[in-house]
Write a protein that binds this ligand. Structure first.
Ligand SMILES: [Zn+2]
Length: 187
């Protein structure tokens, strides 16, 4: 279980004990003042679109969702904001240089088996260059037209995000004006 893994204090190494702190059952150190506050992880996902209007997906080589296609995504490092994180992940997972255009959505994903997370979903633009996966986390990366998406799409990405691309009403208008500029068309 993700929420009861620690046995020892990361500061002094003494045993952690159960305690009620700020009205919740938590773990605190039996020797020093350390309290183990559990928070969701912070992650970013990218809807990367090229000038042909295709979206970038990566095929996962690891669980969860091994063998499924998904939007490029990953956890933030401690010293990077979500925009930097998604640009880095797209570079690592697909060898693509992405330009962040705007925030599409923010999800709280409680059901992730690793840890609940806040996932910031960014609309990004990129040139239509051939993807080249550089990370061991993915086995393939490819551009897909929205009407020809693969069947096996993980993380509920289709329902939550991709199905809404055709109907822009669910996303902030400011992001789409950037995209239209990228695609060279007027709305
Ligand atoms: Zn301690």
């Amino acid at each position: 279980m993700w929420h009861r893994q620690a046995k020892h204090c990361p500061i002094c190494g003494a045993a952690l004990v159960e305690a009620t702190i700020e009205a919740r059952a938590r773990q605190r150190c039996s020797a020093c003042a350390f309290v183990l506050y559990l928070n969701p992880a912070c992650a970013a996902a990218g809807v990367v679109v090229n000038p042909r209007g295709e979206v970038l997906l990566v095929k996962r080589a690891i669980d969860p969702w091994k063998g499924y296609w998904a939007l490029p995504a990953g956890y933030q490092e401690i010293d990077e904001g979500p925009e930097l994180a998604i640009a880095r992940e797209v570079a690592e997972e697909a060898g693509i240089e992405a330009r962040v255009l705007g925030l599409l959505d923010l999800f709280f994903i409680e059901s992730d088996p690793r840890k609940p997370a806040n996932v910031a979903v960014y609309l990004c633009g990129a040139e239509a260059v051939e993807p080249r996966p550089l990370s061991d986390d993915v086995s393939d990366a490819a551009w897909f037209a929205l009407h020809a998406l693969p069947e096996k799409i993980g993380f509920d990405n289709y329902r939550r995000i991709l199905s809404r691309l055709a109907d822009r009403s669910g996303y902030p208008p400011s992001t789409w004006s950037h995209l239209d500029e990228l695609l060279g068309r007027d709305r």
